[in-house]
Design a protein around this ligand. Structure first.
Ligand SMILES: Nc1ncnc2c1ncn2[C@@H]1O[C@H](COP(=O)(O)OP(=O)(O)O)[C@@H](O)[C@H]1O
Ligand SMILES: N[C@@H](CC(=O)OP(=O)(O)O)C(=O)O
Length: 422
C-alpha cells in the first residue's frame, strides 16, 4: 500500500534540509508519494511579488523577484555545483515566472495571486526531485495542477474529487515508478488556470492524495516531535501527545492548533487512514498518530490565536439579535472574507472574535450602516480543551479578560495582548 509523505517549508529551507528530506524519502517504505511545500518562507516572498505586481510598482517588483532568486540560487549551487543540467530546468522556471510578471494584472487579485504564487512550490519540487535523482533516489516529478482539479474559487479553491481521483489514478503507475514527488497547496481549474487551496494548504493536499490513493498512512514531517499540548514557541513546557482521535484532532485544528491544517483530517477519517506527525529532525522518534480511537486526550491542550479583534455589534433600531440581523452581519463578514473564531450573543448584542482584518476601515463602515459597533483590538484568543482550574489559572493570571466562553470540554478566553510569562 502507498504511503504519503508531506514536507513543509521548514524542512526544505536550505541545502542541508533538502539532503535530510532525501534521506527520509530513501528510508521510507515504497511506493511513496511525496508532497512538498515552497522552501522556507517562499510563499511570503511570493506574496511580496504579488503586492508589487498588482500595484505595478516595477522597482519593487524587481527587488521582490530578485529576493526569491537570491534565496534559491545558493541552495541550488550548493546541491548541484554551478554547472549542471538542472540549471536548464531551473532557469526556464524562473524565466517563466518573470514572463508571467510582464503580463498586465487582470484586476482580479485572487486570480493573479494563484497564477504567480505556485511558482514557489514548482521551484522547490523541481529542486528536490532533481537532487534526489542525482543521488540515485529514482523518482518522478509530477505537476499537481495536472491531477488536482478544483473549482474557480481562487486562493481558497475546492477540490473536484471525482475528476482529481480519475487523473491521479491515471497519472500514477507504481509498477513503473515507486516514488512520485509533487507540490502541495496547488491545483488547477478545468480550464487549466492555477489555483491554491488556502495558505498552509499542503497538509490538505497530502490528505487529498492519501484519500484518493487509499493510502496506508499520511506522514507530515514537522520541526516538532509531534502534536504537542501547546505551541512550544509560546509555551515552552509543552508535552507531546502520543495518540489523538480524529474528532479531537479536528477540534484542535479548528480552534487554531497551527500544526495541522483544519481541512486535512476529514478526508483521512472518512477512509480510516492514520495521520502521523513526525519530526524531520529525528525521523526515528515515534511522533503522534491521529486515528480512530476511543477516549480523549487526558491533559489540557492550549491553543493561542494572536492578532485578534473582538467586536460587539448591536442593531441601531434596538431590534433583537435574531436571524435576520445575524444573516446581515454574516453577509458582511463573508464579503470581507472575515474568519470568525468565536461568537456570542445576547438579546441586543452580538460579539465575535475575528482575525484582524486587512481592511478594518471598510469592514467597520459596512457594519455601521445598520449597527452600532464597539471593538477591542490587540487581543488574543486562548482555547483550552480538557480544561482544569489549574489550566485556566495558567493562561489567565495577570491577564485582562475581555470575553469568556465555557462549555463542558472547552474554555475560551479573549485576552488583552500582553507578554506571556509562564
Ligand atoms: N499543538 C502544537 N503542536 C506542535 N506544534 C505546534 C502546535 N501548535 C503550533 N505549533 C507550531 O507549528 C509549527 C509547525 O507547523 P508549520 O510551521 O505550519 O509547519 P510546516 O510549514 O512544516 O507545514 C511548529 O514549529 C510549532 O511551533
Ligand atoms: N507554501 C504554502 C503552503 C504550505 O502548506 O506551506 P507549509 O507546509 O510550509 O506550511 C504556504 O506557505 O502557505
Amino acid at each position: 500500500m502507498v504511503q504519503i509523505y508531506k514536507f513543509g517549508g521548514a524542512s526544505v529551507k536550505d541545502a542541508a534540509g533538502i539532503k535530510n528530506v532525501c534521506n527520509i524519502i530513501k528510508s521510507g517504505t515504497k511506493p511513496l508519494v511525496v508532497v512538498i511545500s515552497a522552501m522556507g518562507k517562499t510563499t511570503n516572498a511570493m506574496e511580496e511579488i504579488i503586492e508589487a505586481y498588482v500595484a505595478q510598482n516595477q522597482e519593487q517588483l524587481k527587488l521582490a523577484y530578485q529576493a526569491v532568486i537570491d534565496y534559491h540560487n545558493p541552495i541550488v549551487v550548493d546541491l548541484f555545483g554551478d554547472q549542471h543540467p538542472f540549471f536548464n530546468i531551473y532557469n526556464k522556471l524562473l524565466n517563466e515566472l518573470w514572463q508571467r510578471l510582464q503580463l498586465r494584472p487582470t484586476g482580479r487579485y485572487d486570480l493573479d495571486y494563484d497564477q504567480i504564487v505556485p511558482f514557489g512550490e514548482l521551484i522547490s519540487t523541481h529542486i528536490v526531485s532533481a537532487y534526489a535523482n542525482s543521488i540515485h533516489i529514482q523518482n518522478q516529478w509530477m505537476d499537481a495542477r495536472n491531477i488536482i482539479r478544483t473549482d474557480k474559487n481562487y486562493r481558497n479553491a475546492e477540490i473536484n474529487w471525482g475528476l482529481s481521483a480519475q487523473l491521479v489514478r491515471k497519472s500514477i503507475d507504481f509498477q513503473k515508478q515507486s516514488i512520485y514527488i509533487t507540490q502541495g497547496f496547488i491545483g488547477a481549474t478545468l480550464s487549466d488556470m492555477s489555483t491554491t487551496l488556502g495558505r498552509e494548504g499542503s497538509d490538505y493536499s497530502g490528505a487529498v492524495l492519501a484519500h484518493i490513493l487509499n493510502a496506508q498512512s499520511l506522514t507530515i514531517w514537522k520541526d516538532v516531535p509531534g502534536v504537542l499540548n501547546a505551541d512550544p514557541r509560546w509555551y515552552p513546557l509543552a508535552q507531546k501527545l502520543n495518540e489523538i482521535s480524529y474528532p479531537e484532532a479536528i477540534e484542535l485544528a479548528y480552534y487554531g492548533a497551527q500544526v495541522i491544517h483544519p481541512k486535512t483530517l476529514k478526508p483521512l477519517q472518512n477512509k480510516d487512514i492514520p495521520l502521523y506527525v513526525k519530526s524531520f529532525l529525528d525521523a526515528g522518534l515515534s511522533g503522534t498518530v491521529i486515528k480512530s480511537l476511543k477516549g480523549a486526550v487526558d491533559i489540557p491542550v492550549y491553543i493561542l490565536k494572536k492578532e485578534q479583534l473582538f467586536i460587539t455589534i448591536s442593531p441601531k433600531d434596538f431590534s433583537f439579535i435574531m436571524e435576520d440581523n445575524l444573516s446581515a452581519i454574516f453577509a458582511i463578514f463573508s464579503q470581507h472574507k472575515i474568519k470568525v473564531n468565536l461568537m456570542q450573543n445576547s438579546a441586543l448584542n452580538f460579539s465575535v472574535c475575528i482575525n484582524e482584518p486587512r481592511d478594518m476601515g471598510s469592514l467597520l463602515k459596512a457594519l455601521q450602516t445598520d449597527f452600532t459597533v464597539r471593538y477591542n483590538d490587540h487581543v488574543e484568543l486562548v482555547t483550552i480543551r480538557n480544561y482544569t482550574p489549574e489550566a485556566i489559572a495558567l493562561v489567565t493570571k495577570q491577564k485582562q479578560i475581555i470575553g469568556t466562553q465555557l462549555s463542558r470540554n472547552t474554555a475560551r478566553y479573549v485576552l488583552k495582548e500582553s507578554e506571556w510569562m509562564f
